[in-house]
Design a protein around this ligand. Structure first.
Ligand code: DP6
Length: 342
């Protein structure tokens, strides 16, 4: 039998960061994390799957063959095979496009692997192996096995992954939607300032592994847990000062962990720091409560409430854009999660 399915799944940006995996089982986080699900930065994946006895995989990105994605998909299939044994054989044709430029330095693993996981869940549903009640939770489990942060892309507007007492129903196995934030956070803006569009020098997977023997690991996991409790209070009471303090500290802690691991490495670029300083300077001289966060890369996510959009865009044009590679940035905002494409 042949199945066709298409999903659009968004990227996400962590506010409290996942950095480090529990050693005992595949793809479980050392600490819980929370993210904004994005709206415009997404991957659209069409999967054509034909049942069969052998395994074959063809992948295109923007309609061009992309064999470099095949090993990651093979690893994904292996890791999810205990959930759906049918996946280990058959003909896969994966056609994928990203709404953001491939060379933007934006990680596509969260959107890409969650889109593929949703397609697989759709096929499992059609095969009678999955009911609608369990659909999104199973999609989040499969996404996590593909890439940890992908587990959170399955839900919006915010999403929590990793067991934490303050978040009812949270789990290391899958993410859950977090819907109790004050309304201001449900349409928050995130302009991604593209400081460096090339491939990053050290992958997230390598970075996660370096946390295993990191001298500050335990202190970091305690801090992350405390930040989860505190950001929850800040999100629910719309305490933006507290929100900013946690989000910026988390971003800098993530990069401090990289700089203090063995071997050490730096993913920020000089212009990353120039942007951070410009945002801090602006906050000092005006009442606007704008802040930044960072991914595992040089790009800066500039975060601001949607009611400040016009002024923030002016600030980007006048002061931040000069630090972006070829003046490039992407306006995005908090979104509601993946969509099935008819
Ligand atoms: C810095 O989810 O990309 O973006 O599980 O190895 O695929 P793997 O790692 P990945 O790590 C993301 C790390 C981060 C922080 C975060 O998104 O929480």
């Amino acid at each position: 039998m042949e199945f066709n399915t298409s999903w659009a799944s968004p990227s996400n940006i962590a506010l409290v960061k996942y950095w480090g995996k529990k050693p005992e089982r595949v793809q479980l986080p050392s600490n819980s994390s929370i993210s904004f699900t994005l709206s415009h930065c997404k991957t659209i994946t069409h999967l054509k799957y034909k049942e069969g006895t052998d395994l074959s995989i063809k992948v295109t990105l923007d309609e061009k063959d992309e064999p470099s994605f095949i090993p990651k998909i093979e690893q994904f299939i292996k890791r999810i095979s205990h959930v759906f044994p049918f996946v280990t054989s058959g003909e896969y044709e994966v056609n994928t496009t990203n709404s953001f430029p491939h060379s933007s330095g934006i990680a596509s693993s969260a959107s890409g692997l969650s889109a593929l996981a949703l397609c697989i869940c759709d096929i499992a549903t059609k095969k009678g192996l999955l009911n609608s009640k369990d659909f999104y939770q199973t999609a989040s489990i499969l996404s996590r096995l593909g890439s940890g942060s992908a587990s959170r892309s399955v839900f919006g507007p915010l999403s929590v992954w990793g067991e934490h007492l303050a978040f009812d129903g949270s789990s290391d196995e899958f993410a859950i939607p977090y819907t109790n934030a004050s309304a201001i956070f449900n349409n928050y803006c995130d302009t991604i300032l593209l400081v460096h569009k090339g491939q990053k020098s050290v992958s997230s997977s390598v970075g996660h592994n370096l946390v295993d023997n990191h001298p500050f690991a335990n202190a970091r996991f305690r801090q992350a847990s405390q930040n989860m409790s505190e950001i929850k209070r800040a999100l629910e009471s719309a305490d933006i000062d507290k929100f900013i303090a946690i989000v910026e500290s988390e971003a800098l802690t993530l990069h401090s962990l990289m700089m203090s691991s063995n071997p050490y490495f730096i993913l920020m670029k000089p212009n990353t720091l120039k942007i951070i300083n410009a945002i801090w300077e602006k906050r000092k001289i005006s009442k606007e409560k704008w802040c930044f966060t960072l991914d595992a890369g040089a790009n800066v996510h500039f975060l601001y409430p949607s009611e400040d959009k016009e002024m923030a865009i002016q600030f980007i044009e006048n002061e931040l854009k000069q630090y972006c590679e070829n003046g490039a940035f992407i306006h995005d905002c908090v979104g509601s999660g993946p969509e099935k494409i008819a």
